[in-house]
Ligand binder design. Structure first.
Ligand code: ATP
Length: 140
């Protein structure tokens, strides 16, 4: 079954999510403020648009309200990430997943109602540490 996704921010993290969802046959709307990023995803995602997602009118224009699950992968610009999440929440998006840059960012995202906050570098570091420990145990 196809479900509608949007990925905002096509850096390494957002870009990778966008590629994988598309490769699995999902209907993905790829969004970035920079034209070169959007061009890169024109042939990968079902749809790709240039937009500043901190602007509520822009979000309405690109039809974000028709999307079931939005992934916010804006990392460095924490203000833009928070504003975008707030707008999506106000527009009544069903499911919002957001990449957090640090613990304070994560706290704010949880407060404003993000459904799922991810911390890829920290979580991957933890996973690798556990995998190193279990490999060591097996080796001994
Ligand atoms: P990553 O850590 O995933 O590699 P990055 O370092 O490449 O990310 P970030 O600054 O974290 O880049 O931002 C990810 C993407 O979000 C960038 O491609 C950037 O153009 C986009 N972006 C930043 N602000 C906005 C915005 N207001 N609206 C839409 N896209 C934005």
């Amino acid at each position: 079954m196809k479900r509608e996704f949007a990925v905002i921010g096509l850096g390494r993290f957002g870009g990778s999510i966008c590629r994988e969802l598309s490769a699995e046959g999902m209907d993905v709307l790829a969004i970035d403020i920079h034209e070169d990023k959007v061009k890169e995803f024109k042939n990968i995602a079902a749809h790709a648009v240039i937009a500043d997602t901190t602007d509520e009118n822009v979000l309405k224009e690109i039809g974000i309200r028709n999307i079931d699950h939005v992934i916010v992968a804006i990392g460095d610009d924490i203000q833009a990430s928070i504003l975008t999440t707030l707008m999506l929440k106000e527009l009544g998006i069903n499911k919002i997943t957001v990449k957090a840059q640090n613990d304070y960012h994560e706290k704010v995202l949880n407060k404003i109602g993000a459904d799922h906050v991810v911390h890829p570098e920290r979580d991957m570091g933890r996973r690798i540490a556990h995998s190193i420990i279990s490999t060591n145990i097996l080796d001994h």
